[in-house]
Design a protein around this ligand. Structure first.
Ligand SMILES: Nc1ncnc2c1ncn2[C@@H]1O[C@H](COP(=O)(O)OP(=O)(O)OP(=O)(O)O)[C@@H](O)[C@H]1O
Length: 288
């Protein structure tokens, strides 16, 4: 088994099967006061892999077969610099979510002679918000938080305010719109000040307008918090506008990687679409 150094924030693990951790009481949100901002990471600019700064994420020689003859991850290697935002594109079945789950420490059957090295605090945002329906918004946000309850709730309230949900702490998840539920999901991650944020198509279920607003929000949050980010997406434009680097996976290997910001958007877009086997002229097919 490949070695894994990180610790997934407990709350996110519970979301995998929707079960509640111990000690969670559905219902009441106390009127605790005080909302210090969740801790921010100090890096002002993302490092660049190879610039001498130790990478935040190192994946070497990763294999995952699921018992199939052709591996889903096929000796994959990847480094992500501290504070860097990497977007992963790839056709359906190329191994994107498998990689993300391996980094999250949720897949104990990844094999390889190599390693998975991630920071201590890892948090995951999924396509669906995974809010527990029987817990109010703030309770959801602080569920499984490792800090003392008052501190966790203060961090949760501050994070909710940061994503524009101040005043909705006592709402039930079903009282929030889809975009608001994803904001709450982001707040749940932010409240823990993750060093590594893993996101699996976090905006995939949202309409175009809400998605654009979430892009603005995410950019703003990342400017302030500076976690290292790995985001799986099917949207080529989303990858280009949000990420520092875009990686295309194909059959569990890196088929192409490009830095954003230096190449014109249209050129990069055409290149990425080409790597995905899509025609650049057909906008309907721009989602891999
Ligand atoms: N638990 C599992 N058991 C067996 N096969 C699996 C399992 N999870 C994923 N797979 C297979 O591994 C391959 C890669 O899956 P993965 O979810 O990583 O793809 P993906 O690139 O994220 O695809 P998509 O874009 O459709 O979400 C797929 O062929 C899938 O059927």
């Amino acid at each position: 088994m490949a070695t894994h150094t990180g610790r997934l924030i407990a709350d996110d693990v519970t979301r995998q099967d929707g079960t509640a951790p111990h000690g969670v009481v559905p219902g009441a949100v106390p009127d605790d006061a005080g909302s210090p901002a969740p801790g921010a990471h100090p890096a002002a600019h993302p490092a660049v892999p190879g610039d001498g700064t130790p990478p935040a994420v190192v994946v070497r020689d990763l294999y995952r077969t699921y018992g199939m003859p052709k591996g889903v991850l096929d000796g994959l290697g990847l480094e992500i610099a501290d504070g860097e935002f990497v977007a992963i594109l790839g056709r359906s079945g190329s191994g994107k979510s498998t990689l993300l789950r391996a980094l999250a420490g949720l897949d104990h059957d990844v094999t390889g002679s190599g390693e998975i090295r991630v920071p201590a605090n890892v948090s995951v945002v999924f396509q669906d918000s995974r809010l527990l329906p029987w817990a109010r918004v703030l309770d959801n946000v602080v569920l499984g938080h490792e800090a003392a309850p008052a501190e966790a709730r203060a961090a949760g309230k501050a994070a909710l305010a940061e994503v524009g949900l101040a005043g909705r702490e006592r709402a039930w998840p079903h009282e929030l719109s889809g975009g608001e539920q994803q904001r709450a999901s982001l707040a749940r991650s932010l409240a823990r000040s993750p060093e590594l944020l893993l996101a699996d198509e976090p905006f995939g279920a949202l309409d175009a307008l809400t998605r654009a607003r979430m892009h603005d929000l995410l950019r703003d949050l990342l400017r302030r918090h500076r976690p290292t980010v790995l985001m799986v997406t099917h949207d080529v434009d989303e990858a280009i506008v949000l990420a520092d680097r875009v990686v295309v996976l194909d059959a569990g290997r890196i088929a192409l990687e490009r830095r954003t910001g230096t190449t014109p958007h249209a050129t990069l877009r055409a290149e990425l679409l080409g790597a995905l086997g899509l025609a650049p002229t057909d906008r309907r097919k721009d989602r891999a």
